[in-house]
Design a protein around this ligand. Structure first.
Ligand SMILES: NC(=O)c1ccc[n+]([C@@H]2O[C@H](COP(=O)([O-])OP(=O)(O)OC[C@H]3O[C@@H](n4cnc5c(N)ncnc54)[C@H](OP(=O)(O)O)[C@@H]3O)[C@@H](O)[C@H]2O)c1
Length: 313
């Protein structure tokens, strides 16, 4: 149920709670009491790994809620946050990984989280202007000061990861990874395995699509930002629904839900250390975290892989 985060000495639950949904920027109907209850349900279910970021929500609502929820158990949880991405006044995304900006964001994050250290601090994204070595040196200083116990990087190419790691030792990489998006299998995963760096993947549920409750007859709220992703539009949408039909049959035969089958499949892939399941309601994370305790047999995995190959290639 737990894995080592590279050579950092940190032990993390293999399902981490992703705290983007409670930020409410793309998710509808977020309610503070439900968000706090979601974090509590994760802890109660055995999760110790929480993933947030400076930019999750207007004025850091995600970090603030996490800080509030885990204050009484701070030393029992692994808090991961990220710096290097913020929102402009018009809420457009700005990647700024300059050392000055990273310093400002990280100190702000510590205050919002109500803590004097984070366990894992990621560079949220290289910014394509700042030399990545400069960003790496800035994060290395937080490691040396003890304000960050381990360092990670997200949304980076293997070349960027290599350059960063040469300056600042990485404990973890956070790329997207799910049944539809598997590009890291050919580059980042082999690199991370060779270097003993953890892979903490995001989007295992592809923003809820692979949770299996958004089916052909789903009527999307026009405010639902997921509609902008190609996977929620034809022709990808139809292929995804056909895959879900097959996954449902396999999940039923194993007395699992589709979400549990999908997360268990993700955790069974070589090189995946942990995966981040987003949730904004307690029942959602209670469902997905059960996958930490589910081991799929080689036959089950072969059936799932055949379904993926049939529908997605
Ligand atoms: N490093 C990065 O750049 C980056 C980017 C993206 C994500 N992340 C991290 O990865 C985490 C996961 O990504 P995500 O939250 O965007 O997407 P996700 O985990 O793929 O999907 C989360 C969504 O799935 C739905 N869901 C969850 N459990 C469910 C269940 N049991 N049954 C039905 N629906 C369920 C919820 O949608 P509803 O709104 O329909 O309830 C929830 O908002 C994030 O929270 C964040 O921590 C990092």
């Amino acid at each position: 149920m737990f894995s080592s985060l590279g050579t950092s000495g940190l032990q993390v639950s293999r399902v981490g709670l992703g705290l983007w949904p409670i930020a409410g920027m793309t998710t509808l109907e977020t309610i503070e009491s439900e968000s706090l209850a979601t974090i509590e349900a994760a802890v109660a279910g055995g999760i110790n790994f929480f993933d947030t970021a400076f930019c999750y929500g207007v004025d850091g609502i995600s970090e603030r809620l996490l800080g509030k929820a885990v204050a009484p158990i701070r030393d029992q949880v692994v808090i991961a946050t990220k710096c290097g991405v913020h929102w402009a006044e018009d809420l457009s995304r700005v990647n700024d990984a300059s050392p000055e900006r990273l310093q400002f964001e990280f100190q702000t994050s510590l205050a919002r989280l109500n803590t004097d250290y984070v366990d894992l601090l990621y560079l949220h994204s290289p910014d394509r202007v700042t030399p990545i070595e400069d960003s790496a040196r800035a994060l290395a200083r937080f490691l040396e000061s003890g304000q960050a116990r381990a360092i990670g990087i997200s949304n980076a190419t293997v070349e960027e990861v290599r350059r960063f790691h040469a300056v600042c030792p990485l404990a973890a990489i956070q790329p997207r990874y799910n049944m539809f998006q598997r590009d890291i299998e050919s580059d980042l995963i082999p690199w991370a395995q060779a270097e003993n760096v953890a892979i903490v993947s995001y989007w295992p549920l592809m923003k809820g699509l692979l949770a299996g409750k958004i089916r052909r007859d789903h009527v999307f709220d026009p405010q639902d930002k997921r509609l902008s992703y190609p996977i929620f539009q034809p022709p990808q949408w139809d292929r995804a629904q056909n895959l879900l039909d097959d996954l449902e049959e396999i999940a039923n035969s194993l007395q699992l839900t589709i979400a549990q089958l999908v997360v268990a499949w993700t955790l069974a892939q070589p090189g995946i250390t942990a995966t981040l399941c987003g949730a904004k309601r307690p029942w959602q994370i209670a469902e997905t975290l059960a996958a930490m305790r589910t081991t799929l047999s080689p036959i089950d995995l072969a059936r799932i892989n055949m379904a993926i190959a049939k529908n997605l290639t």
